[in-house]
Design a protein around this ligand. Structure first.
Ligand SMILES: C[S@@+](CC[C@H](N)C(=O)[O-])C[C@H]1O[C@@H](n2cnc3c(N)ncnc32)[C@H](O)[C@@H]1O
Length: 207
């Protein structure tokens, strides 16, 4: 994603209600923030929040947290929810590599939408489905783990299939041309679909 640095982005996001400001303080107990016992699902690299906002709107009985590492991008997602607040949607500014300091056995589903593909072999461990990250997810998931990925990038998709399989995940659904009625498009996805690019999809689980 092209990052246009926004002046005072950090100060501006810190004024937003939906931002979890010291997420480490809630490690293992993010449900307290939502004041209910509903499950928590997260999107890593939520960008400007189009997908997770819509997902939260359509699923009021699930709590959602969007994770994004750049403040200037997250500000756009937070502006959306400031305008039309949703009680079941919050955001965290953080790099996914630090997620185990933030969550502990509390996530039921993880969305990876159009993650940076890191196509060069020497960068493979930066992919969000590399063993490095799958090890981190082990600690943040509850007992049953669900990972849902959408991507236009075949190199990333193939390595996700391999790494998830080697890590003990089984596949509930795999598609090289995902087109479901209930699909919620992300910003990147909308652009790709307009260009006629096919979307790869997987849903994987591990007990
Ligand atoms: C290509 S964009 C996709 C954005 C959105 N998910 C979509 O589909 O439109 C990837 C996003 O992931 C974020 N990102 C990449 N690596 C990340 C990481 N390690 N932790 C958190 N966010 C990350 C980027 O800043 C960017 O906003």
């Amino acid at each position: 994603m092209r990052i246009r640095n926004i002046k005072n982005a950090t100060q501006r996001i810190n004024k937003c209600e939906a931002l979890i400001k010291n997420p480490q303080n809630y490690c293992g107990k993010h449900q307290e923030l939502f004041k209910n016992n509903n499950e928590i699902q997260i999107e890593i690299g939520c960008g400007k929040g189009q997908f997770i906002y819509e997902k939260a709107l359509k699923n009021p009985n699930i709590n959602f947290i969007g994770i994004e590492k750049y403040d200037s991008i997250l500000l756009r997602a937070l502006e959306k929810v400031e305008e039309k607040p949703l009680p079941n949607l919050k955001f965290i500014l953080e790099d996914a590599k630090n997620l185990e300091t933030i969550f502990k056995n509390e996530i039921s589903c993880l969305y990876l939408n159009f993650s940076d593909p890191w196509p060069k072999k020497r960068h493979a461990k930066r992919r969000l489905t590399s063993p490095l990250f799958l090890n981190i997810y082990e600690k943040i998931f509850k007992q049953e783990k669900i990972i849902i990925q959408k991507t236009d990038n075949l190199t990333l998709f193939e390595s996700s299939l391999k790494d998830l399989n080697n890590f003990g995940y089984t596949f509930i659904d795999v598609s090289l041309d995902y087109n479901e009625d209930e699909n919620i498009e992300t910003e990147y996805e909308s652009k790709f679909r307009k260009e006629g690019i096919k979307i790869n999809y997987l849903k994987a689980t591990k007990k």
